[in-house]
Design a protein around this ligand. Structure first.
Ligand code: PLP
Length: 375
């Protein structure tokens, strides 16, 4: 099997998550909304998993809504805004497409939008402060950038918003897309002082098609589809209970013993960085970023370099494209971070998971050395 270093795109389902998925599918097959005994049993299991997740994230269970993934969690927040009084939305220029694609619909619904720059991937408090106006209703800054792993000072940015908000009659909704933060950096949701966050299970060896929306005040939120009344009317549709159990099992593994995992991953990250530096390529990921993501400017167009690694049985991602469906998106993000056009076009992203080991990273380093300048 190929060596896999595209974990920021998705991870392999862990044995624990798969086991929880199968067991839950077998034992709790009924609809959690049904009122017969099997339904009640499934409902209890659903709430037990919500409590597990809430305890891992140190938030009240009532603040967590299960969704089909981060994209839906984000869509729920933004569509809820579209239904409310228009104002100004301040969005960082380095957001994932799942967030930035909402700028146009917001504008179509009469919202003013501002994109705050993020040099080197980092949004500065002063830049956010200078955009805040009395009609601001939303600020969206991602916790960890998916292209370079840059970690934002979410707490500091949220404090800037809270300070400004003191003279306003309304609250500004602070949203942090937290997909690449879960289990990968210290992340205390309550302490951050944010209003909403999105998560996807498949980034931490959980199943695909299941995610979370954290809402500090769910009562103020208008659901995309209240039909069916599930998730206390905040997300209609029959809950994907086996996937939810798989998510909780994956989260349990990722969110406990984290210090030890981070130490190990930081060492692997250093191995990759040393190899890249030896060859004289520039590293695009900040030194203090997420240890799980290393992007660098390869000597060739990123698709070519990625293909050369793939031919050697190694999966990485082209930092400029990010995915086949959003070509050019990664490049746009890197340019907005202030990288040169050649760096953005030749960017390659290596992303680790807790399953990555020294042996496979050594193979990766060997392949990178063998390719060298590619000439
Ligand atoms: N936000 C970030 C930062 C991501 O990295 C991703 C996925 O790559 C998403 C949102 C979307 O997640 P999903 O495809 O699981 O909905």
């Amino acid at each position: 099997m190929d060596l896999y270093f595209d974990n920021a795109a998705t991870t392999r389902l862990s044995e624990e998550a798969l086991e929880a998925y199968i067991r839950t599918e077998r034992e709790f097959f009924a609809n959690p909304s049904s009122i017969h005994r099997e339904g009640l049993k499934a409902h209890k299991e659903l709430e037990r998993n919500r409590e597990r997740m809430a305890s891992l994230l140190s938030v009240p269970p009532s603040s967590l809504i299960f969704t089909s993934g981060a994209t839906e969690s984000i869509a729920a927040v933004f569509s809820s805004l579209l239904l409310s009084e228009p104002g100004k939305a301040i969005i960082s220029s380095v957001e994932h497409d799942a967030v930035s694609s909402w700028i146009r619909p917001l504008e179509a619904y009469g919202w003013k939008t501002a994109r705050i720059k993020a040099k080197g991937g980092i949004v500065r408090k002063e830049d956010l402060a200078s955009e805040l106006t009395p009609d601001t209703r939303l600020v969206a800054v991602m916790a960890v950038n998916n292209v370079t792993g840059a970690v934002e000072d979410i707490k500091g940015l949220a404090e800037t918003v809270r300070e400004y908000e003191r003279n306003l009659k309304h609250r500004i909704f602070f949203f942090a897309d937290s997909v690449q933060a879960l289990g990968k950096i210290p992340y205390d949701l309550t302490g951050l002082g944010i209003d909403g966050a999105s998560f996807s299970a498949h980034k931490i060896n959980g199943p695909r098609g299941i995610g979370l929306l954290y809402l500090r005040r769910p009562e103020a939120f208008r659901a995309l589809s209240p039909a069916g009344g599930q998730e206390k009317g905040k997300r209609g549709g029959t809950e994907n209970l086996p996937a939810i159990a798989g998510f909780a099992a994956a989260a349990e593994k990722w969110l406990t013993g984290t210090e030890e995992s981070w130490k190990r991953i930081r060492a692997l990250n250093q191995m990759v960085r040393d190899t890249i530096r030896e060859l004289g390529f520039s590293i695009l990921s900040p030194d203090d970023g997420s240890p799980y993501i290393i992007s660098f400017a390869s000597p060739l167009p990123s698709e070519v370099y990625t293909r050369m690694l793939s031919d050697r049985g190694i999966c990485v991602s082209s930092g400029s494209a990010c995915s086949n469906n959003t070509k050019g998106e990664g490049e746009r993000i890197l340019l907005s971070m202030g990288f040169r056009s050649s760096e953005a076009k030749q960017a390659v992203r290596i992303s680790l998971s807790n399953e990555s080991d020294e042996e496979s990273v050594a193979e990766l380093a060997k392949a990178i050395k063998e390719i060298g300048n590619g000439r």
